[in-house]
Design a protein around this ligand. Sequence first.
Ligand code: ADP
Ligand code: ZN
Ligand code: ZN
Length: 734
Amino acid sequence: MMILKVAVAAPVYSIFDYLPPVDCAPGRLISGIRLRVPFGRGERCGVLLQVTTDSQLQASRLKRVREVLDEQALFGAEDIALLRWAADYYHYPLGEVIAGALPARLRKCAKEQKGGLSGWRLTALGSAVDPAALRRAPRQAEVMRLLMQSPAGLSPQDITLYCGACAQVLRNLERRGWLEQFEFQSVNRAHVAPSSATAPDLNADQRLAVDRILASLSGFASYLLDGVTGSGKTEVYLELVKKVVALGGQVLVLTPEIGLTPQLLQRFQSRLQISIAVMHSGLAEGEREQVWRRARLAHARVLIGTRSAVFVPMPELRLILVDEEHDLSFKQQDGFRYSARDVAVVRARRCNCPVVLGSATPSLESLKNALDGRYLHLRLPQRAGGAAPPRIELLDIRSTHLEAGMSPVLTRLLEVELSAGNQVLLFLNRRGYAPILTCHDCGWLAQCERCDARMTLHLSDNLLSCHHCGGQRRVDRYCPECGGKELRALGQGTERLEETLRARFPGVGLVRIDRDATRRRGTLEKLLGEIKEGKHSLLLGTQMLAKGHHFPDVTLVGIVDLDQALFGADFRAGERMAQLIVQVAGRAGRAEKPGRVIIQTRHPEHPLMQTLLCSGYAAFASESLRERQLALLPPYCFQALLRAEAQHRAPALVFLQQCVELGVSLKVTDVELWGPVSAPMERRAGRYRFQLLLQSDRRSALQEFLAEWIPRIAALKSARRVRWSVDVDPQEML
Ligand code: ADP
Ligand code: ZN
Ligand code: ZN
């Protein structure tokens, strides 16, 4: 008897057994296809994992699959193995992990869209071919000649019209690397026409890095590409991609933010005349599905994507690049809490290919892996193209009169640069107008009703908005406590800084880049384009502006308020602050003009800051690693968080207390359990939040414990009255 093991998207940790549909040819039942299955009182879409002959259940109790949805497997065996690993490691239901890796429509029993992959065009290699030299293959010569006259490409129907039936000829030409299939309807919103940009000659450090990585293309190896901002990491990526694609491989490039993908895409496209697909959360669902399909069918040779792209099937994957590997946005912070960077390393190992983690400010985790010899440490210590490193200075603003957060000194420096025709970048990591609205008479503060947090004032749409739960309300006109009329905005956000600067520097092109200013699709790309064209001299923004962008004319960077970053509760606060400073500073003086960075602070003597500024990020990082080792914190131990939240305190606490008791009863020696304690923000979006911290010296001990423990806590009655989640390798305590 045939039993189908099916992963069904449901919040349960089991896999379900089904019988095949009646009259189904056994050959159609291959793992990786989707099935429509009865589930509970309804129906679900599931993915076939395996066909076996035995089941824990009696055959009479098994239900039948209603329909086989796919002809071909959507996931290869390797893809399923990776998803299985991720579900196990992050202790998340496999069915949901798999469903999450599918484009939305395909999660819901919809048939995969056919067609679309209909165009043929010449590759760069093909364009250099002389058809006259193909005397012994007249049919191939005919097709090549036709496509040379049609640089935009032709559909197979069109080609048949001119050359007769020639599917096999097209395939042969494709195999020679002269033709490629492509989507007529471009799926890349930020489509950029290929230009003839030429590559710079790699310098010695870049060359060495490229050679080391290319030397191990046939097997797994992980590299930490540790290169200062502007050292030419992207050039290293381009060179690697070119080689791997020429060898017939696919390349996966992970990038942290949507904002960075168009930029990276543009550089890739202008240099490599190949089909590049882009996947990020800004795509419409239909576009996303097409990109997914192109990658899965290996039509897209390069996939550039944010976090979730790490799970896109790529049958010919031969190289993975993770740009800005330290970036927090590689970690999903809700639902399935995976780290795309860490999954990328596991994926590379499973596919037997190299993975390159690049950053100017590597995470302490990756640096430790390099120290331990697990990653090969490749360094690019110099800026490429001769740009000098920026000069970083602290500006003590104690007892200084500030205007919208700007000291007179910083304002003066700004003036000087602007009148010299240079660009200036101001960094303030707080959007909105002001973080505090208070009553001058009684001291009332505008609080979010559903969180332990203050509301941020957004004057442009006259709203108070909570940045934690998204709650919004109209700005009060009178104090709700005492009826006072004088409500004051304290502190500054980007909106207020913009207002002040516009008044101070009328006529100067100013652009603000933050989440509010770039909400509409395509706005960010547009504004970044305007900056490049030199339309704006004053660039103002949050970390959106700080990351990865290349602004050659910026000569001065001002960090308006560092102090909020200095005193975070999290033990990673220092690491994050240092990364941010170095990244922001890296925007300055990337070309011929030297750059200067001014950091306004009230704590100029802060020891971490001193190390960072006097000795650089590497020294800072090794000192931080030493501190972590002494304190037995990650990466010198392994952690997991069990979080629980509920409308009231009691259910969450009762549940976590029972989890502790269950944990203790498992008599595990190598795992410590701390808590329950309240989350740093105890109340959020109307719920009370508590957590348990688990810690061990050994990853395997922690994993074994979780594997025993989680199914048991999932079965607790008290679990049903709370929302709970597991976070393995948590990055933020929140
Ligand atoms: P990163 O990715 O490390 O920030 P990029 O690859 O963006 O650095 O390079 C920074 C600048 O230096 C770019 O303008 C790039 O074109 C230039 N560049 C990179 N490598 C070289 C090189 N070998 N010779 C000359 N210019 C280079
Ligand atoms: Zn009042
Ligand atoms: Zn709130």
